[in-house]
Design a protein around this ligand. Sequence first.
Ligand code: UDP
Length: 240
Amino acid sequence: MAAFSRILLKLSGEVLRSGEECFAPLRLAAVAQALVSTVRTGVQTAVVVGGGNIFRGRNTAPDQTRTEADHIGMLATILNAGMLRFHIEAAGARCRVFAPRAVPPLAEAFDRRAALAALAAGDVVLLGGGTGNPCFSTDSAAALRAVELAADAVLKGTLVDGVYDKDPNRHADARRFDSLTFDEVLRRDLKVMDQTAVALCREYGMKVVVFDITDPLNLVRVVTGSLQGSVIHSGRAAAH
Ligand code: UDP
């Protein structure tokens, strides 16, 4: 029995990288397999794909304007979506790729009703191109699309197993939260998602579940309830 009926996964581009390889075939295949297994549990699955394995606007040379760099970053997310679709189809599932503007033949223009129909039909829905606007991130795109598609939650796959009060890789005494509020994330300035994304989720009461996606099959464990990530919500704080 799945814990969710419709999820919006925020997949960082870094998950597709291995060492110097932007598109690591084994990583792509593992993520694709996890997505196919997730839709086979009956959970409608939309994915906002990042681009950090290829290009991030904020990391560019100072003589390139941020706006132009961000457009290149958004294109990188569409490349990732295209690569991922190839692997999802190879793993035996149907897949649709949407972006804010059509990028034929890689992506069709995002249309909420078409995306909802594809989800209902059991297709994996990949959302490339972020919000379509510079100065945003794919975290914000994930929050936006989760609200538009009325997902149960944003599932944010990261390299650690949840939200900590400080970096667990640097501080042995870092404490993990089972659950916490958006207000707490903002007050403690926790680097879980960018603040625009946190503000949007908070305003619309969109729950965020942070979990470790180093093993992509953890996605299946989270949607089936056998793995608990850290849950960020708008209600009372329940941090331990
Ligand atoms: N980006 C953007 N607007 C958006 C989403 C993304 O301009 O709505 C650009 C931005 O330059 C960003 C890059 O696309 O650095 C890749 O996205 P992101 O850094 O969020 O990818 P991730 O870190 O999740 O792999």
